[in-house]
Design a protein around this ligand. Structure first.
Ligand code: GCV
Length: 712
């Protein structure tokens, strides 16, 4: 629409209903129509131009059509409005009230931020007399501002609301889909996917449901996410071809997500010059290889001019990499970065590199050490458009791990922190496990010691040049997007924490509840809210209580990683052992007598972790092998702690289920039923965990439960 075309959109624009409103295939998640009621009942003026401004208009128009409000786009006559969404550099409007509101917002900006720029994605929300104003420098800021108004509901129109400035702390807030194009014989359509098939791919082809992808983009934008990789980091033949012959499939996705400010990235195989280009080598120092990447990347940008870049898993779990050619990972990453640089693209290079053919008899090799050993010596050698993507913990997304020491070891490298929203090790979206508190702990951790810079600061980087936050997606073609309806909260929370890592995880959960279960459409809203908090707030710690104890990790069933199997990985090649014997349990990672992993931390934490006397209880068995009679800071012995937490964890899950039952009849019955089924499974599985873990350690240690409960 032309900027100065003055149109009453209510009358002239045809806007399709968002998917999910009339379409029973999909739940609207945190954007149900009801969440737009406060906005949709208002008179709204949108001023500015651009693709994302059109998206704002589209959203506002739909809401107003439904709830009786009105919308104008840059009108050239006087209109009375309640909300103005305007770009700062948009022309003056012949409307004195609106112009007064814009000046008031500018003045508010001087007050709250010394008139600073709002940036590519930031916005200011302010009251100006009877009006609410959202001011942005760029269209994406206007879109984020709109979703903020939606989140605030009627609060956005509160005359007493002070001005608020919002700018994302992290520039890139990215989701990685581990979606296969072709169905993998073991991993299926989505590797570690617990929400049905892929939104993007089905049986070797694009899934073709562009309306659903668009709806997904909407949800992601409303949570703050602005980048996505659309295929698995394990790249097979069909997936490799997305870079060349099947680039059109990626272009189509990029076109659909662009109006929501989401840039598309692609996982590529390091062997692409061989696999796709017919070269005999993929050696980063080979001129033909460099030329192949340059030409291939140019063709990508010819089709997708805002393409985000490449994501690479190299020399890891069977994926090819630079080691084949005697090169290191800086050489490998820089090769791709060089090809992307002319277009402003980045390469996300994963630090998840370890020996997955370890001999369990070899006590000197420690998987936890691997990423640091490989990457820390390379600090300073990566090009500026390389982002080193580091899993938050040193092993593999366990329920409890220390923060990876790599995050503090590479000050001259752009670092992204990788989280896992898909619940591979945290209940696979059959269990309620709200991960916000876990991620907040990670992001607030100060690796150089209390009061120092945090992990969020590392991801932000100096002057915002950090690599951002990345997470493995938990979504699929399931009716509820995420399998477990309450797992939607994890995706929402990831986006919000990536926008602002200082947010309180429980407050974010509350936001999600208000949007997903709008009070105006819910019988007994306070009861629903309270019950959801009781079920979800502490659910990560509950999950921790009934699974592997005190940070030792794994103990899951090999392969599918679901349910208990205490020794399942104990004699395997994967390097994830607990070393339980009749006297004690845990991995000695101290410098003095163990693998030395504790020494990879800056001095403060290296000292804390070095000794069982100072190591925090929740990580004790990650760092130390201790007798079952070792007394924790809590005052309990290790063995009694194992018994107590496992009995408590199952009781907590039983209480969750009872609480959920009190919501029967108060919320959408399809949501109610799905969660109820999954809570039955959670109770069953938690009971299995409790009994296997308690029995295992009772048999190993011979020490009875001090409280005489039944152990088999
Ligand atoms: C995509 C773990 C998972 C793998 C995954 C890998 C990774 O090992 O079990 O399925 O592969 O992490 O992060 O690359």
């Amino acid at each position: 629409m032309n900027a100065h075309e003055s149109t009453d959109l209510e009358e002239s624009m045809f806007v399709a209903e968002p998917l999910g409103v009339e379409d029973p295939r999909v739940h609207p998640a945190w954007l149900p129509p009801e969440a737009f009621r406060a906005l949709g009942a208002r008179r709204v003026l949108v001023h500015g131009d651009g693709l994302l401004v059109d998206t704002v208009l589209d959203e506002v128009t739909r809401a107003c059509t439904r709830y009786g409000g009105r919308v104008w786009h840059s009108p050239s006559w006087d209109v009375e409005v309640d909300l103005v969404l305007t770009l700062r550099d948009a022309d003056e409007l012949p409307n004195s009230a609106v112009e007064a509101a814009r000046s008031a917002a500018e003045a508010a900006l001087v007050d709250v931020a010394d008139g600073a720029t709002l940036g590519d994605e930031g916005f200011l929300l302010a009251r100006a007399g009877e009006l609410t104003v959202v001011l942005a420098d760029a269209p994406a800021g206007l879109l984020y501002g709109l979703f903020h108004v939606v989140r605030l509901c009627a609060g956005a129109f509160d005359p007493a609301r002070p001005p608020e400035l919002h700018r994302p702390a992290l520039r890139r807030r990215m989701l990685n889909h581990w979606d296969n194009v072709a169905v993998h014989p073991v991993m299926g359509q989505v590797e570690r996917g617990y929400a049905g098939g892929s939104i993007f791919w089905a049986g070797g082809r694009p899934r073709g449901d562009l309306a659903r992808i668009r709806e997904y983009g909407r949800l992601l934008a409303a949570s703050g996410i602005n980048a996505i990789s659309v295929n698995n980091v394990n790249v097979g033949r069909a997936e490799a071809m997305l870079l060349t012959d099947r680039l059109g499939d990626v272009t189509e996705i990029a076109d659909v997500l662009r109006p929501y400010g989401i840039r598309v990235h692609l996982s590529v195989t390091f062997a692409a010059p061989v696999v796709l280009g017919g070269l005999t080598s993929a050696d980063p120092f080979d001129e033909d290889v460099r030329a192949w990447w340059a030409a291939t990347t140019r063709r990508v940008y010819e089709r997708i001019d805002d393409f985000g870049g490449y994501l690479v898993k190299a020399d890891s779990e069977g994926q090819p990499g630079p080691f084949t050619y005697g090169r290191d990972h800086a050489d490998g990453a820089n090769l791709l970065a060089e090809a992307l640089a002319p277009y402003g693209g980045v390469v996300h290079w994963r630090a998840f590199v370890y020996n997955h053919h370890q001999d369990w008899r070899d006590r000197s090799t420690d998987r936890a050490r691997a990423a640091y050993d490989h990457f820390a010596p390379l600090d300073g050698r990566f090009r500026t458009n390389v982002v080193l993507q580091v899993k938050f913990g040193p092993v593999d997304f366990q329920t409890r791990e220390p923060v990876s020491p790599v995050l503090a070891a590479m000050p001259a490298t752009r670092i992204a922190v990788e989280l896992q929203v898909t619940q591979e090790y945290t209940g696979q979206q059959r269990h309620v496990c709200h991960l916000g508190p876990c991620w907040s702990e990670v992001l607030r951790f100060a690796p150089w010691g209390p009061g120092g810079r945090t992990i969020a600061d590392v991801a932000t980087g100096e002057a915002g040049t950090g690599g951002g936050l990345v997470a493995v997606a938990n979504t699929g073609d399931d009716l509820f997007w995420t399998g477990h309806p309450l797992a939607q909260a994890n995706l929402y929370t990831f986006g919000r924490l990536a926008w602002d890592p200082r947010l309180d995880a429980t407050a974010v959960l509350d936001e999600w509840m208000t949007l997903t279960f709008p009070p105006s459409a819910t019988a007994e809203p306070e009861l629903v809210r309270r019950t959801l908090h009781e079920i979800m707030d502490d659910s990560w710690r509950t999950y921790e209580r009934y699974t592997a104890p005190l940070g030792v990790g794994f103990m899951v069933h090999p392969g599918d990683h679901y349910g208990p199997d205490v020794d399942g990985y104990e004699y395997s090649r994967w390097g994830t052992y607990h070393f339980a014997d009749r006297d004690g349990v845990g991995v000695d990672r101290s410098r003095a007598s163990g693998t030395g992993f504790a020494g990879q931390y800056p001095p403060y934490w290296a000292d804390v972790y070095e000794s069982p006397q100072t190591c925090p209880d929740e990580l004790l068995l990650f760092f130390h092998h201790v007798p079952y009679t070792h007394v924790l800071h809590s005052g309990s012995t290790v063995i009694q702690h194992i018994y107590d937490t496992h009995f408590a964890g199952v009781e907590e899950v039983a209480v969750m289920r009872r609480r959920w039952q009190t919501l029967n009849g108060m919320i959408d019955p399809t949501v109610y039923e799905r969660v109820a089924e999954r809570l039955d499974e959670q109770v069953r599985c938690a009971t299995e965990w409790r009994d296997q873990i308690n029995t295992y350690f009772f048999r190993k240690s011979g020490i009875p439960d001090a409280r005489g409960r039944r152990i088999h």
